[in-house]
Design a protein around this ligand. Sequence first.
Ligand SMILES: [Fe+2]
Length: 221
Amino acid sequence: MTKLSEHVAWYYVLREFWTIYRFHSAGGSKPIRSHKREVRNRLSDEMDKDPELLQRQAQLLPACDWLGRALDQGMLGVGAGLIRSIQQIVDQLEWEYGYQRMPPGLKPKYAYAELMSPRGPVVSECLALGLVLFAPRCVYPAHSHDGVSESYVCLSGVVSEGDAGVFVPGSLIFNPPHKTHRLTTGDFEPTLLAYAWIGPPEKLLSQSMKFSRQRYQTRRF
Ligand SMILES: [Fe+2]
């Protein structure tokens, strides 16, 4: 068993996450300010406990062909601090699909990597953090999260949620529990998002991706 304090590069990834949730603006939104505060407070508390870091088998998926470009472009944005820290652990990341059945067309264009969750790599019962990578022109189907508040921070590329806006590096998208949301990405560049989920342990462990169409109902993890 190893502890976070034995893995300096991982420690600084989490520190950079905390910095984003502390210093990026909430845009005057009380629910977003509250969510950001809750994420960074939980993160501080977890880091103070020096949590376990479980070794994962590193894994690449087809969408990782875009990872280098996404990281390079991310270095130009306000998330560069987090991007730099991610580059120090990028060879250790386990990229996953998270679906038992993949929606058609998504497989070559999407992957996510967990950084902190109840099942690791950094173990937390109350907070999940990770990265989501999308190829250009990706449509991520409508889904919602039962009992979990979610935020995406754009680190690289361009993303829209529900056709309601265009989000660039530094933008934060907030999805309260049960809110259905659908993502699309820009035409030419890959998109890299950091995500944070807060919720009770049982909800984080059994996180469901509930697509709006019945045939896409499936379960993450
Ligand atoms: Fe989501």
